[in-house]
Design a protein around this ligand. Sequence first.
Ligand code: GDP
Ligand code: MG
Length: 205
Amino acid sequence: NMKPVQVKLVLLGEAAVGKSSLVLRFVNDEFQENKEPTIGAAFLTQKCRLEDKVIKFEIWDTAGQERFHSLAPMYYRNAQAAVVVYDVTKASSLEKAKSWVKELQRQANPNIVIALTGNKVDLVSGGRKSRRTSEGEDEDEDQDAQEVDEDDEDDEDYGVSRQVPTEEASAYAQEAGLLFFETSAKNGEGVAEVFTEIAKKIPLE
Ligand code: GDP
Ligand code: MG
């Protein structure tokens, strides 16, 4: 009865928001600083073990460029789940994400589970930091403090700031009936959670 349940999942979102990087983090637990753009689409699989079931995700990682838009329906047509990604440092990428959500809600399987994911939170303050504090991981306070300092340096190096407030995106997600996450493919924050929460939402037929 623990035979894997196959779930077709599609990633959608503007080019360069980190779709392929999220998949690479989930499937191989890796990150590449200068990931080459996806042409057409890439296919990967990964299992997700829950208490009562095993989900085998069949992942279609699509190209974000407009010239590939007409191919998208091929990938979301029979999908049971979609991860729609935007970049928290780029407001226009949330608008693009919203248009993907609209298209999915009109054209995809009516029961599709959609997760909205704001990626690259490592680039902005209040990403991993606030979450680590709230999780109370304080067995080794010195080490935590050191990691927080490193994040601050990163913020200055990149010189980027958050353009999409968490509350704004999460309010939209709630209104539209989506799961909502903020992630970093770079440091791994929140990535496993996206797939686990989707897996939990998939009905066992
Ligand atoms: P895609 O076009 O949506 O598939 O985006 P990619 O996965 O190809 O990533 C685009 C660029 O953003 C690459 O240079 C990645 O290394 C970088 N990137 C992806 N995810 C993250 C992240 O979480 N944090 C940071 N800092 N960079 C990221
Ligand atoms: Mg890609």
